[in-house]
Design a protein around this ligand. Sequence first.
Ligand code: SF4
Ligand code: SF4
Length: 469
Amino acid sequence: MSSPKKPNLVSVTTINDDGSRYFLHPADVTGFWTRVRRLFGFFLILVYIAVPWIPINGYPAVFLDIEQRRFHLFGLTLVPQDLWVMFFTVTGMGFALFFVTSLLGRVWCGWSCPYTVFLDHVYRRIERWIDGDAIARRQLTAAPWTAGKIFKRVVKQLLYVVIAALIAHVFLSYFVSLPRLYRFMQEGPLQHAMAFGIIVSLTLTLWFCFGYFREQFCIIMCPYGRLQSALTDDDTLNVGYDETRGEPRGVPGRTTGDCIDCHRCIQVCPTSIDIRNGLQLECIGCTACIDACDDIMTKVGRPKGLIRYDSKNGFESRPRRYLRPRIYAYSVLAVLGLVALIVVASMRMRPFAATLSRVGVSGFASDAEAVSNIYLLRVQNKRNQEATISIRLADDSPAGYQLSGGNQTFSVGPLGELTVNCVVLAPLASYKGSSEIALQVHAEPGNVTLRKATRFLGPNPKAIKPPPP
Ligand code: SF4
Ligand code: SF4
């Protein structure tokens, strides 16, 4: 069995000179950061799985109902008219992520990204249970195909597929809800070929990614991984190596630096980089090298923290600056998104909304009997239940004016919208010229009344000839 490949700064460790894949077997590590990160990972997995089960206002806590074009988010329902809010919310979340990255480096990748969470805390764990530690795994890979090796490989891959299928089902439940997903499963794949196709293709993709592709996704595919370099600076906290303290590296007792060049930090690294070469694109900030090095420092009787979270300025003994212009800028932009979300949430608390606009270029029409104005009334039902909308002319409108067709009543579906042309007539005998009128919109359930005032336009009353007797 050959020894693990040594990282260099010329090429990625996982790519051999001939372009083939070099498969990594990161060593196990224990320590403070590993424990905290594992607990956080399990908590996140619980959240991912639990969210579609938690009902709020009759819908799952997060239900992205693409078919009905409604997004239910923790009791708030967004419809296509709320696209502007989605824009601010999504960009606000994006800037919040920028803010965190500028402050704490690749904390998203190492701690919260679902890909890392499932790879590190589920798939690598299964692999350790079945194949053993890094040395045993490397030996098993190099060993000939015996019955024992085939058995281990089959069991491992079966577990990989089953878990990939479970994740695919949880993922789909965010878009179709659990009761519907359960119905799909009962009715069978032929009845729901599209959903079945999504599950199968997602399961295969996840199986490929977690079972084989692994760290390659972070190293060569993830766009956010590339973007993050532009978000960090010399004051960003990253996992790094204290070169001043560690160098010159070498055998304990014979050198002045604390690094004993044991390569333990490389062995535990899931992307197999040498953090002593400085911050690199492949580092996902998983903290494994911190725990590995702290363990070595304890064993050789030196202080922990040779590899630690610190900024470039911190490592080089310059003053650390946490608050800086880019932090302010990202905070403001993230807060804008939050404000947009609060605004729409408070608007959505109102059960109905109505707008009234004039139809036609001239604004009015007149004949020998009456002057008429046409308006377009839109009523939005913001509730998840059917509503009855009644429309009439407000009592304080000029006497004699009428709503053509009399008072009107309509039904509007949950989160639906009513659009109706309202014709207001002023018989010539009652016509007083241009004046204020109002439409009254009453909505049930909830006994909500909205008043929409507007102007009734018409010709100069003196210019109107009275109708012949
Ligand atoms: S684990 Fe620590 S002591 Fe060992 S090589 Fe890495 S930095 Fe040096
Ligand atoms: S260098 Fe350290 S923090 Fe970065 S990926 Fe490797 S082990 Fe994780």
